[in-house]
Design a protein around this ligand. Structure first.
Ligand code: HAM
Length: 419
């Protein structure tokens, strides 16, 4: 071990598990690409103010969980805790919203939250996300949810559930908020929760403590206070999902931890993960653009947690396909053979065959050990005598059979045998 280890709440992705992460990212991206979402990449850090205004001054993410820093020039920056505010900032800055709408974008990357680490909750984690900017259409909300479901299904994930809610809009939410505040003020709550009633009363519904949940039984729910437009919108999303064969559970207490949501909100949960059960989540955020100084740009999106999706696959015992391992391993004996077989390996790779080489000047015994460990089907072995005769030895590592093959045709022969 070195003097250093990875910081608390982070972990290294190493082979072979790292392949599962790549497979998950690719499986989530594939349906998005087919649906016309373009890839976007934004910086790992932004102006702190973007998240304060976008995600919300009173959220845990902004008040407790952001990694912030002041540059030598005095600029306040934050490592991105999420992707939505950044993607919208980039779209506005690059004038994407002046073209055809909706602008459909997807992204994949690292996010940072200073949370208390536990199974499934890290300080550095990975998301694949999608945002559809500039259209208010229940079909767009449904499209995104269906694409996430299709991604999970394509990975072979079965035991996930979709929780669905509507948080209303700027018409009906303030009215509901006031009704909820009245109700909450009558409860027996601690000091901090009381403060939350003033700042962000909906978050109280999400309190995990049993003594709080017990008192919330008769709490007024947003769904009973939706205005006609919001109710109609939500019904359309629900019926589009049903028509697409997507099951969901209505969850009137689902509020999510970010302040920008309006109308449709949803979360994917997996029951094999313990307390950190949310594998993904998202919703509509019709007011976010204006909150960060842009024009009205009703939008919807989601982000799926890659780390937790991998844990969910493990919990279900699902094996993701591993890409081709080494198929051919070259074992040279002597300097001349090193040069000849190094060229063979290069040619094999250029011909699309996964090939590796006994690096480090190993002796025959160790080199053959590496060949076997690599999982290769064939070893190409050559010494000075073979080369003098213009040939190499092709060894089938499964059967142990070994046959001479002309050096100049070894690539073609191997290609044929592998087919
Ligand atoms: P979020 O619910 O905060 O939403 O995060 C989405 C997913 O990221 C979670 O469901 C979870 O799987 C994963 N995640 C979050 N925090 C952690 C953590 N500390 N460790 C491991 N995984 C984590 C958002 O980030 C919104 N930007 C989603 C969105 C996009 N809404 C609209 N567009």
């Amino acid at each position: 071990m070195s003097t250093f280890s990875a910081p608390k709440g982070t972990y290294d992705l190493i082979p072979p598990e790292s392949e599962t992460f790549l497979a998950v990212r690719e499986a989530i991206a594939a349906p998005l690409r087919r649906a016309g979402y373009g890839y976007i990449e934004t910086p790992g850090f932004e102006h702190t103010e973007l998240f304060a205004r976008g995600v919300g001054e009173s959220t845990d993410i902004v008040t407790k969980e952001m990694y912030t820093l002041t540059t030598k020039g005095g600029t306040e920056l934050a490592l991105r805790p999420e992707g939505t505010a950044s993607v919208l900032r980039a779209a506005l800055q690059r004038n994407l919203h002046r073209g055809a709408l909706p602008v459909k974008l997807w992204y994949s990357g690292s996010y940072y939250r200073y949370e208390r680490p536990q199974a499934g909750r890290y300080r550095h984690f990975s998301q694949v996300g999608a945002e559809a900017l500039g259209a208010e259409d229940p079909a767009l909300d449904a499209e995104l949810i269906i694409l996430a479901v299709d991604a999970y299904r394509s990975l072979g994930l079965r035991n996930f559930r979709l929780l669905l809610n509507s948080l209303g809009d700027r018409e009906c939410r303030p009215v509901y908020r006031a009704v909820l505040q009245d109700f909450l003020r009558g409860l027996d709550l601690d000091e901090e929760t009381r403060r939350r009633i003033d700042i962000n009363p909906l978050r109280v519904l999400d309190d995990k403590r049993e003594e709080v949940q017990k008192q919330l039984d008769g709490a007024p729910m947003m769904r009973d206070h939706l205005c006609d437009a919001c109710r109609e919108y939500h019904e359309q999303v629900r019926s589009l999902l049903t028509a697409a064969g997507v099951e969901f559970t209505d969850d009137p207490k689902l509020v999510r931890g970010l302040d920008y949501y309006t109308r449709t909100t949803f979360e994917f949960v997996h029951d094999g993960l313990g307390s950190q059960s949310a594998v993904g989540g998202g919703g509509r955020y019709d007011g976010l653009s204006e909150m960060i100084g842009g024009p009205a740009l009703p939008s919807v999106g989601w982000a799926l947690g890659v780390d937790r999706t991998v844990l969910a696959l493990k919990a279900e015992g699902v094996e993701t396909e591993v890409p081709a391992r080494t198929e051919v391993f070259a074992v040279p004996l002597g300097e001349e053979a090193r040069r000849a077989l190094f060229s063979v390996v290069t040619e094999l790779r250029r011909a699309g065959v996964a090939a590796d080489f006994a690096f480090g000047g190993k002796g025959m015994k160790n080199a053959m050990k590496s060949a076997n460990r690599s999982g290769a089907r064939y070893a190409v072995v050559a010494g000075e005598r073979d080369l003098a005769e213009g040939q190499v030895q092709l060894k089938d590592l499964d059967s142990g059979d070994q046959n001479p093959v002309a050096l100049e045709s070894v690539v073609t022969t191997i290609k044929e045998k592998l087919q």
